[in-house]
Design a protein around this ligand. Sequence first.
Ligand code: AMP
Length: 409
Amino acid sequence: MTRFRNIESLGPLEGTRVLLRADLNVPMTVNEDGERIVTDNTRILSVAPTIKALSEQGARVIILSHFGRPQGVRNPELSLEPLGQPLANILKLPVSYVDDCIGDEVVAITEAMEDGAVLLLENVRFYKEETKNDPDFAEQLARNADFFVNDAFSCCHRAHASTVGVAEILQSAAGLALEKELDALEKALGSPKHPVAALVGGAKVSTKLDVLTHLVEKVDHLIIGGGMANTFLAAQGIDVGSSLCEHELSGTVVSILENATLNDCKIHLPTDVVVAKEFAANSASRTININEVQSDEMILDVGPDTVKSISADLEGCKTLIWNGPMGAFEIEPFDAATVALAVKAAELTEKGQLISVAGGGDTVAALNHAGVAAKFSHVSTAGGAFLEWMEGKNLPGVSVLLADRRLSL
Ligand code: AMP
């Protein structure tokens, strides 16, 4: 049993109504016929096992989700109705839909459902009370069900009515995907096997300051790549030419470096880099030592010597947490370091030497580009929630599942 309440802890579910918080905020496009269609069904696939498990136990499954940012206003372009069919196709079960998420009519429908049936409610953010975690609104949501199950890790960093308010009212539990996610995160940063390496890349230090500050206190190796490495290099007096660089943060990064020394965290910065004068496909690039960047050149990837040295360090590690690409991976050849290190981490994971957990939107795209996402121990598709977890913050949607002490473990 995990530290979090799971579906099993709710007891027999036959004939009960379970309100399931899913994240159906999936990428969609409008086709030639003006229909909204799903372009990436990853999030539907992720919640499907929980829906099936609940339905197979005879629960009536009532799915609650947000879509986009309707700002508390009903907006047909952000309706969840078009998600019903894709859900039904994946579940191989009929999915009915109701055009609201609260009210007497919705309650009556949930009460009349057959055991095992699946109902999709309308976008919870059509009510401004949702994002304010309004207690009356949470009460209204709770009227739809006997139990609450949250399976949307990507929404757990928000204290909304559909993540926290309703969980405080109904007996609540983590769904299968959330439970798996929390177990993986616990293994990576909660009580990991040491040595632990964190690989943090991406564009800017400013967006990941809290991540870096927290990680130096937790991990044995902090490997810094991407645009943010430039700010660290510049703070150490290295000329980074016309690279993306936040010079104004040099004092901040120096204190991160000092804190790392105090905490026995080894910081790894690039020793060689790939530079170009333009950020464009097939622009002329060269691989140079970090001290040779010319004023009109941009650092767009870490170099092969750095990759070799990081790979050797990873051989000695037991756990890896990864967020952010090592270079501007969207354009070749600046994807080379990200791909090489992703392949290395995947190999070590396959050999059973490394627990590898990666997360964040661009990181998932980078691992997919490298073709190794499936070989990592765990890949989180959550953006904000994954970063807040890397910052060491308590996620309110998770804490509420821990705090609910009304059921005995
Ligand atoms: P983030 O969302 O912070 O993880 O940043 C991801 C973005 O960082 C990607 O779009 C990369 O192209 C970009 N990036 C990575 N390395 C560099 C670099 N050296 N210079 C500019 N952008 C970079």
